[in-house]
Design a protein around this ligand. Structure first.
Ligand code: UDP
Length: 231
């Protein structure tokens, strides 16, 4: 079921139901940063509104949904969803991360890979890369360029991939290749994956503080607008 979620939507759907979708889809597993971007950037909001499914990547979105009275939303981490899609796909294209990471992934998912390219390319190279992906006829395209770039790229080219499931997967390639470690299960169960990422990449603390600050301003100004409207 699709719910209004501030000025975008959120889909209350299980991982199993998503995997069973017969129709190839553009799926966004939204985290707090992506949500924040969708509230302050009209283009990114438009990009997300084009997604077939927007699900909660982590606990922060699940908690926000509870404030809106949506009680049953499940957490579907993008890294887990993408891995399940890899298992059920036979032609996979990977775009993003460093050259070293992408080489490792070619070995890991070897026989299923029909296309793989690192994510450090210029705007002028993008068209050629998209042509090559289209020629490789993937049934799954995973894009790991970070947000908003990965979803914007999918949005711009999705009409060329009517038979492909398209997912932006953030840092998942780095974890699959073991360049970075994933939080242990007990931390994930306690919803502390974000803390583990900050310990591994301390610079992320500034990004997190910026997002939290921006969201506080956003909620306070919305509250103020609501109060003012009632007068
Ligand atoms: N990345 C990329 N090209 C770029 C910038 C980033 O391929 O120009 C890759 C980066 O190597 C990493 C991935 O994007 O593998 C995800 O970046 P980040 O961890 O910032 O994304 P998040 O998980 O926070 O969305």
């Amino acid at each position: 079921m699709r719910h209004k979620f501030f000025n975008i939507y959120i889909d209350d759907i299980s991982q199993e139901q998503l995997l069973k979708q017969a129709k190839p889809s553009f799926i966004v597993t939204m985290n707090l940063e992506q949500f924040f971007l969708s509230q302050k950037d009209d283009f990114y909001k438009k990009v997300l509104l084009e997604a077939d499914f927007i699900v909660a990547d982590g606990i922060s979105i699940v908690l926000l949904s509870k404030i809106l009275g949506i009680s049953s939303l499940s957490k579907i981490p993008g890294i887990d969803l993408a891995k399940k899609f890899i298992q059920q796909s036979s032609r996979i294209a990977l775009l993003g991360a460093s050259e070293e990471v992408i080489e490792k992934l070619k070995n890991i998912f070897s026989e299923k890979i029909v296309f793989a390219h690192h994510g450090y390319f210029s705007d002028s190279q993008e068209q050629k890369i998209i042509d090559q992906i289209q020629d490789s006829r993937p049934d799954l395209l995973l894009v790991a360029l970070g947000s908003p770039r990965q979803e914007s790229l999918i949005y711009r080219h999705k009409s060329r991939f009517p038979a492909t499931t398209l997912i932006g997967v953030g840092g998942s390639f780095d974890i699959w290749s073991e360049r970075l470690l994933r939080a242990p299960k007990w931390m994930r169960d306690l919803n502390l994956e974000w803390l583990f990422r900050i310990v591994q990449e301390p610079n992320r603390i500034f990004r997190l503080l910026y997002i939290l600050y921006g969201l506080i301003i956003f909620f306070v100004s919305n509250l103020f607008d609501e109060c003012y409207k009632d007068r």
